[in-house]
Design a protein around this ligand. Structure first.
Ligand SMILES: [Zn+2]
Length: 56
């Protein structure tokens, strides 16, 4: 069972970077960070994605 998967689905949405993160306070266009360590996250915080989808 290996149905072809359309490109662009099932990936993190980089559009979330269009809004500031309410969780870690990353600025617009900046990747999310872990406030405690300052480390960068590969994926935006879920709350940031939610924020972006709400703003869209
Ligand atoms: Zn964040």
């Amino acid at each position: 069972m290996s149905a072809p998967r359309p490109v662009g689905l099932g990936r993190p949405r980089p559009a979330a970077l269009a809004v500031p993160c309410p969780h870690c306070h990353a600025t617009t266009g900046a990747p999310c960070t872990i406030p405690a360590t300052g480390g960068r996250l590969t994926d935006p915080h879920p709350s940031r994605i939610e924020q972006q989808e709400r703003a869209a």
